[in-house]
Design a protein around this ligand. Structure first.
Ligand SMILES: CC(C)(COP(=O)(O)OP(=O)(O)OC[C@H]1O[C@@H](n2cnc3c(N)ncnc32)[C@H](O)[C@@H]1OP(=O)(O)O)[C@@H](O)C(=O)NCCC(=O)NCCSC(=O)CCC(=O)c1ccccc1C(=O)O
Length: 337
């Protein structure tokens, strides 16, 4: 093949690739056609990715109980890991209180999230609530005192704020799996998760101003990002509840599925993520949070750059020179344009 012919073929191939990525006209004029998330696919039938990888498996997941390094059990949560796949599931287990959290609940959640972060086999974490009535109804109002929420030791705390930061900084995707109520501090917990899969019976909303509370941190700023400043004011000022399909339209959730399919669909999303590069996912999570998280967000993103840089010969040359008491030879590394 002569040069010109080859160039034309390359151009033709590139044009068809670009065309494949463009939205169909119907999308642009009338918005996307409604595809039930269960049937939505990451790839079009017959494309190369699908031929190589096949469909995302939908077989039933098998959970086994998990502990953290302390070996201590949990009372307020259930911590599980999927057998043979990198998924952890953390369940708030106070259904008699609509999964309201107390300081003990939050301490246990922090322990479980820490463990899932440290376990290199785990790539995705699901946060959910026990039963079908509630994901989480926020702070346990029966334990609220003048200095926060107090349980065993009598000291008031707002340790759920530490949990929110932990979820944001955790370098693995966290998926909120919501059935029933996600209200008050429970609504904020789902918002700080990376993705939310909701059952058709899910109900979302803030209640703080009704019960003399508010979250002026992530609960306000992240919400404003998710649903827009006007809608965020509506949610906080009026304290209305929104059903799953309203929440989906507002951009609060990624998908709405029948209640009986909730875990199956959530696990499918986990499996789809687990097929992808963990480092790409890690850096993307920190970059998607970076602007909103200010210096802490940049620090997280910057830490990822350092982590990746340590894997290069250039960084290794610096370390080896120090260890061998010699000058580093950085001249062999190009100053890339
Ligand atoms: C969730 C409901 C809408 C469910 O209604 P329904 O299905 O009819 O059930 P009920 O009969 O109301 O509830 C069953 C049972 O559970 C108890 N319960 C439910 N929620 C709580 C709760 N949050 N605290 C304590 N107890 C709760 C309820 O009393 C019943 O018990 P009985 O013994 O049978 O009476 C509805 O239950 C409801 O509206 N719940 C209250 C929701 C709420 O207002 N939550 C608190 C919002 S404020 C908050 O979460 C602050 C949290 C916080 O820590 C914080 C502080 C400062 C900054 C940030 C944060 C933060 O981000 O979290």
């Amino acid at each position: 093949m002569v040069g010109g012919e080859r160039d034309l073929k390359t151009l033709d191939r590139r044009l068809s690739t670009i065309a494949g990525h463009l939205l169909p006209l119907a999308y642009i004029s009338g918005g996307p056609p409604h595809i039930h998330p269960s049937f939505a696919s990451s790839t079009s039938a017959g494309d190369r990715y699908r031929r190589i990888h096949g469909d995302v498996p939908t077989h039933e997941v098998s959970w086994s109980p998990a502990l953290d390094e302390s070996g201590k059990g949990f009372t307020d949560i259930i911590y599980q890991k999927a057998v043979g796949e990198g998924i952890a599931k953390i369940t708030i287990n106070r259904p008699e209180r609509r999964n309201a959290f107390r300081p003990q609940t939050v301490k246990e959640l922090i322990r479980a999230f820490n463990d899932a972060r440290d376990d290199s086999y785990i790539g995705v974490i699901i946060l959910t609530g026990k039963g079908n009535d509630a994901f989480c109804s926020g702070g346990d109002q029966a334990l609220r005192g003048s200095d926060g929420y107090a349980d065993y030791d009598g000291f008031g705390r707002l340790n759920v704020l530490d949990l929110q930061v932990q979820i944001r900084r955790l370098p693995k995707p966290v998926i909120a799996m919501v059935a029933g109520y996600a209200v008050g501090g429970g609504h904020i917990l789902h918002m700080v998760c990376d993705l939310t899969i909701a059952a058709e019976n899910a109900i979302f909303g803030q209640t703080g101003p009704k019960v003399g509370s508010f979250d002026a941190g992530y609960g306000s700023s992240i919400m404003s990002r998710l649903v827009g400043p006007k809608k965020a004011r509506e949610m906080w000022f009026l304290c209305r509840f929104y059903n799953a399909s309203e929440a989906e339209k507002m951009g609060l959730v990624n998908a709405v599925v029948p209640l009986e399919k909730l875990e199956q669909e959530t696990v499918k999303w986990c499996r789809e993520i687990l097929r992808n590069s963990p480092t790409a996912i890690r850096v993307l999570k920190s970059s998607l949070n970076a602007v909103d998280d200010g210096h802490a967000g940049l620090q997280e993103l910057g830490g990822n750059a350092t982590l990746i840089f340590y894997g290069t010969d250039e960084a290794d040359e610096g370390k080896m020179a120090y260890m061998e008491h010699r000058k580093p030879n950085f001249s062999k590394f190009s100053r890339k344009p």
